[in-house]
Design a protein around this ligand. Structure first.
Ligand SMILES: C[S@@+](CC[C@H](N)C(=O)[O-])C[C@H]1O[C@@H](n2cnc3c(N)ncnc32)[C@H](O)[C@@H]1O
Length: 184
């Protein structure tokens, strides 16, 4: 992850992968076990992916969206038969159409929201909201560092979703982080 961060810090967003504890917590209490359709955004090295795949049902349709082609290729090498789309999460609609997926029950995201501009945040958040089934869950994480863009993102999700809950802070993650569980 460090190498990708050096090449493109804004898009990559972190020097190392999320911890096992954060990966477990972000995939909890959002209905992964009963979902028919799941999308992961920004899988990077695939730490959340492994937890999603181990918790989901066998016949659940799953695909991941990764903007970095090298990371996407690496993920395909690492996880057998995984469906990864190279592109931006702004374009979920067409990616879902390709797979005959009408709605997603669950969307898990690892993208670096606090590093994105307001416009980028809006575009991706709208794409996620549109893709989700009413009652579906969107789970994402934030670092505890209160930057202006992080505050903007928080405001946006509270405004957009029906309910938003937060997890405790995972202090063992580098940097410490917490999860937003957003219900449409
Ligand atoms: C902070 S890393 C997180 C990786 C992993 N989920 C984790 O938590 O360790 C963010 C990932 O999101 C990807 N990414 C950034 N913007 C994206 C976008 N618009 N659409 C899809 N993936 C994106 C980056 O390439 C990177 O792999």
């Amino acid at each position: 992850m460090l190498l990708h961060y050096i090449k493109n810090p804004k898009r990559t967003g972190a020097v190392c992968s999320s911890s096992k504890r954060l990966s477990n917590i972000i995939t909890e209490n959002i209905g992964i076990e009963n979902a028919s359709n799941i999308i992961e955004i920004g899988p990077g090295l695939g730490v959340f992916t492994k937890y999603i795949l181990s918790k989901k049902q066998k016949d659940c349709v799953f695909f991941a969206v990764e903007i970095n082609e090298n990371l996407a290729k690496n993920l395909c090498r690492k996880i057998k038969d995984i469906d990864v789309e190279v592109g931006s999460a702004e374009f979920l609609e067409s990616m879902m159409k390709k797979r005959n997926m009408q709605y997603a029950d669950v969307i898990v995201s690892g993208i670096p929201w606090a590093l994105l501009s307001r416009v980028e945040q809006d575009r991706i958040l709208q794409s996620i909201y549109k893709a989700l089934k009413p009652g579906g869950y969107f789970a994402t994480f934030a670092y505890v560092i209160p930057t202006l863009h992080a505050k903007n993102f928080k405001k946006k999700i509270f405004y957009t979703f029906n309910s938003v809950k937060t997890s405790n802070v995972i202090w063992s993650n580098i940097p410490p982080a917490f999860v937003y569980y957003c219900k449409k």
